[in-house]
Design a protein around this ligand. Sequence first.
Ligand code: SAH
Ligand code: SF4
Length: 348
Amino acid sequence: MKTIIDKLYKYNCLEKEEIIYLLKNLDENSREYLINKAYSTRLKSYGKTVFLRGLIEVTNFCTKTCLYCGIRAENTNADRYRLTKEEIISSCENGYNLGYKTFVLQGGEDPFFTDEFLVELITEIKYKFPECAVTLSLGEKSYESYKKLYDAGADRYLLRHETANPKLYSSLHPKMSFENRITCLKNLKKIGYQVGAGFLIGLPNQTIEDLAMDLLFLKNLKPHMVGIGPFIPQKDTPLRNEKAGDSYTTITLLSVIRLLLPDVLLPATTALGTIDSTGREKAFKAGANVIMPNLSPFECRAKYSLYDGKVFTDNESAEEKRKIEEKIKNAGFEPVMVRGDNITWKRI
Ligand code: SAH
Ligand code: SF4
């Protein structure tokens, strides 16, 4: 086991069989060894810094029906909202005054948010806050649409591949295409975005072999960011009675990803913080170096309910930021509010 971990640390790659062996046979000692190697790797690429990004959940309307998601089109219990351009700008302003240098605009696939609307919005954010990065996470679009948004100033795009097993993908995503998801990721890279892929952990019927496929998919795609988190059931979805993914596996996978992609931006996700109250601190020690506190207007936070039990606060964003910074410092890391681009990226 030690030989495999040392190889992963030294060469940042492993064969599929080795990954499967690693995931199936890790004991407490070897897991600690793995996590320590991921920790030294993050020290080399990003030191002890943890980047803070302000997350704005711009709409919970969605035309897609991903089986696991609480804001899927078929959920008639979802209380729908969409922010206006003014509300989004004012959330950015609020974030800017707190020191945020990245705004992440995330939402369902909402046809109301046309290219024209988004181009105007991004242009205005960039005009008002020129030193800030704009990250989008708005689902699948055509090459042309992604290009327009990039040209308007968007810097990064988060689009998880969700699972690299095409069969599992199609069983969870009615009327969606795995092939198109991958084409979108490739188009985003081609255009010049910093691209974030990633997957869900603990999906029903997901195997260790599937997780190994996810890791190899990432190694092959070489994204600038990777978002992974446990699947958590949501009460109004077809997967309501399924078991959630676990924190232990999520942390192990974070450290493998840090070792496979030493320079990657790797968030400690809210979903992880939801199933394990100290999950995000553990994640920083295992190689995570990003956190995305919520900047959405308070009245929307409960409505953006992708899964049950989501940790969100209805106190001030300033208070939330202070608490998160304290968490980061207590875990032995340094919260920073710079743009925090991937060290290998430049706008083309
Ligand atoms: N609509 C966009 C962005 C919003 S959803 C998209 O799908 O790309 C953002 C992420 O939330 C998804 O990529 C998915 O991985 C995650 N998610 C959705 N439902 C979830 C659940 N029940 N548990 C954990 N994560 C979930
Ligand atoms: Fe829509 Fe994204 Fe949820 Fe799928 S995961 S239903 S695309 S918001």
